[in-house]
Design a binder for this molecule. Sequence first.
Ligand SMILES: [Zn+2]
Length: 112
Amino acid sequence: MAELASWIANASPETATSARDDFRQYLSAGLTPEQSFALSQERPKKKRGRPVSKRRVAVDALEMRLQNPKLSWTRVAIKVCSCGAPKHDSQCGQRIRIQTIELTGTLKRLGV
Ligand SMILES: [Zn+2]
């Protein structure tokens, strides 16, 4: 956890605050500190107006499912999908489900 503290301390004030907020949010959602830290680093870079990354969508989806495990993937997609379609359906939901599984796999590989 010492490394974690130094990472937060070295980040710019704005980033540190928001990353810390995310970290707390993940913790309160029931994740371990290690998982929360890994996810809090998934924030999009604010300086460029880049579209929301697939990874960020998966993080948001995972977060929603942690907060409400009974939520259907279609409903998660309606909230977080970034495919650009006017309406998000079960296909979006399945895609996001797979991305979330991949993210969970990545977290496991990282040993968190
Ligand atoms: Zn969609």
